[in-house]
Design a protein around this ligand. Structure first.
Ligand code: NAP
Length: 255
């Protein structure tokens, strides 16, 4: 009898719901044929339970990631990081090319604009802050803590900031309310926030995905403007939008 094939080693670059869903679906579909390592940046303290092994923290750049891929015998990489996590995606593309490891980008679909939406498309977060000068003064900001500095010069605006975890340092905004919450969010919650805080304009990244879409529906219902920060351009290479398609890509690698 032939020895069973050794398990192939998949590295999932994660930090998203899709990455967690992929790990769990891959484990149930491929079982012992696949060893899974989930990689997280370690930005938040609360972590979902993930199928497979977990490593936490940066690799130290593209070259260090390439060295990691070789040292750990990684057979393939699925980059399932957030659409705005541009640095790690670029580093993964470069590292996989230099270590000759196949890489797939699992990038969720963009939100679709509805006829009644009043989206103002901007290139980046500083452009979103600039756009606010012509819009309402009560602003709901859902761009993450690290992007708030761009709004610090808007001293006549009042901000409602939603973060996943309490900030480590005071927010750099002269007038703000802090909301804590982890998605998915539902429409009733989002309506309540708009109403309770008398929101006049919403600022969001074009992240896509169901978990954070209800705020857009709630804004549409009130005909509020939404400043939508465009996604960074993803690296070239194979790309899918759905976990099921990523599983099919994996199946082809394992065949
Ligand atoms: P980023 O700007 O692309 O990456 C910054 C650095 O963090 C990278 O250079 C890398 O450090 C490290 N890193 C990022 N993702 C990593 C991962 N999955 N495993 C190991 N190291 C990682 O990323 P970011 O925007 O800060 O996002 C960090 C994490 O949060 C990602 O996992 C992402 O999926 C998740 N996230 C991001 C957003 C967002 O809006 N940006 C939203 C939700 C979730 P080294 O250079 O040292 O290797």
């Amino acid at each position: 009898m032939r020895d069973p094939e050794p398990a192939r080693h998949l590295l999932i670059l994660g930090g998203t719901g899709e990455a967690a869903a992929l790990a769990s679906a891959a484990l149930s579909r491929f079982g012992e044929r696949l060893r899974i390592t989930n990689s997280l940046a370690g930005r938040t303290s609360h972590r979902a339970v993930l199928a497979g092994e977990v490593r936490i923290g940066g690799f130290g750049g593209a070259d260090a990631l390439a060295a990691y891929l070789r040292a750990e015998g990684i057979d393939c990489v699925i980059d399932a990081t957030h659409p705005f996590a541009a640095r790690i995606s670029a580093q993964a593309a470069s590292a996989c090319a230099s270590a000759a490891v196949p890489r797939l980008l699992l990038l969720r679909a963009e939100w679709k604009r509805h006829d009644l939406d009043r989206w103002i498309d901007v290139a980046d977060v500083p452009a979103a802050a600039a756009a606010l000068r012509q819009l309402g003064q009560r602003v709901w900001l859902t761009v993450g803590q690290r992007e708030l500095e761009a709004f610090s010069g808007l001293t006549r605006h009042h901000f409602v900031v939603r973060l996943i975890e309490p900030p480590a340092s005071p927010l750099p905004l002269s007038s703000c309310d802090l909301l804590l919450g982890r998605g998915p969010f539902n429409l009733a919650e989002e309506r309540r926030i708009l109403e309770r805080h008398a929101i006049e304009v919403l600022v969001t990244k074009a992240s896509g995905g169901d978990a954070t879409e209800p705020k857009l529906i709630a804004a549409r219902e009130r005909a509020l403007p939404v400043v939508m920060v465009r996604r960074p351009v993803p690296p070239a290479g194979e790309r899918v939008e759905e976990v099921t398609a990523a599983l099919d890509w994996l199946a082809a690698r394992l065949a």
